[in-house]
Write a protein that binds this ligand. Structure first.
Ligand code: PAF
Length: 271
């Protein structure tokens, strides 16, 4: 496995290969990330993973400083699953990046309400990666469903010939969606955190037969009783993220909460 740190070295490697299957990450890899890499490996060409904690997607009051950094361990995991190339750019990689705006209809909803800078930062850094790498395929986890939709929209509007693949959420045995932020939870918070996926699933399974507003109020109440601070609890159209009042095919139930300062998100596509 080749480990590259400079853009110059990356360009030299890219010249040797035609088809790049790209998995962008911020490191602290877990089984969810590794499932993206395994999926990428099914395609012709090489698998390239980037590890870069993108400062552009964090607001000054957010958790950039405490975001888990575990590069040594990450590289071991990637080596084990035969990743071909890992690009770990220097911290100044984001300097001078062209600042882009994510699709405003999609990026103003859900996470975009409390984190208005977030998707613009994500799209700006991804555009920088995509322009350098020109990947054939890119892989995103569906836990970050809104991010997946926004990147998909961005690629549709761009001249890049890159296909995007959304990969199902990987969960811990107790149901908690895998996330690097789970490592920031205390053992007590970790136990409570698993209830998020239980409430999500229970609510989603009743959506076809019960009033959605009633389910929403009940769901929020249950979460608050467990000390979650609810950022949003939304039944929405899974293509537009528009809130809905009545169940329709492909409704997305998306939830974001804060537990002791740790932001957790999860979602369920109700088909
Ligand atoms: O999902 C993430 O880890 C990040 O938002 C991404 C896509 C690597 C961009 O920094």
């Amino acid at each position: 496995m080749q480990i590259i740190r400079s853009v110059k070295d990356l360009e030299a490697v890219l010249q040797q290969y035609e088809e790049i299957n790209f998995v962008p990450t911020m490191g602290n890899l877990h089984a969810g990330h590794l499932s993206l890499v395994s999926e990428a490996k099914k395609y012709d060409g090489i698998t390239l993973v980037s590890i870069f904690i993108n400062p552009l997607q964090f607001a000054p009051n957010e958790d950039l400083d405490i975001y888990p950094r575990t590069e040594k361990q990450d590289l071991k995991e990637l080596e084990k699953i035969n990743c071909d190339v890992v690009f770990c750019p220097e911290p100044n990689f984001a300097e001078g990046v062209k600042k882009l705006h994510a699709n405003s209809d999609l990026s103003k909803k859900l996470c975009g309400i409390s984190r208005p800078h977030f998707f613009h930062g994500v799209i700006s850094i991804l555009n920088h990666f995509f322009q350098l790498i020109k990947p054939k395929n890119v892989f995103f986890g569906l836990k970050d469903y809104q991010q997946y939709l926004i990147v998909k929209d961005f690629l549709t509007q761009s001249t890049l010939k890159t296909s995007i693949h959304g990969i199902p959420i990987v969960r811990e045995p107790d149901g908690l969606a895998m996330s690097s932020r789970n490592n920031l939870l205390t053992p007590d918070q970790r136990l409570i955190a698993s209830k998020l996926s239980v409430i999500l699933k229970d609510t989603a399974l009743q959506a076809k037969i019960k009033n959605l507003e009633h389910l929403r109020v009940e769901g929020i109440k249950k979460l608050e009783e467990l000390n979650f601070k609810v950022d949003y609890f939304s039944f929405c159209n899974s293509s537009t993220l528009e809130e809905i009042d009545d169940f329709e095919e492909n409704t997305l139930l998306a939830i974001a909460v804060n537990l002791g300062g740790v932001r957790l998100i999860d979602n369920y596509l109700i088909q």
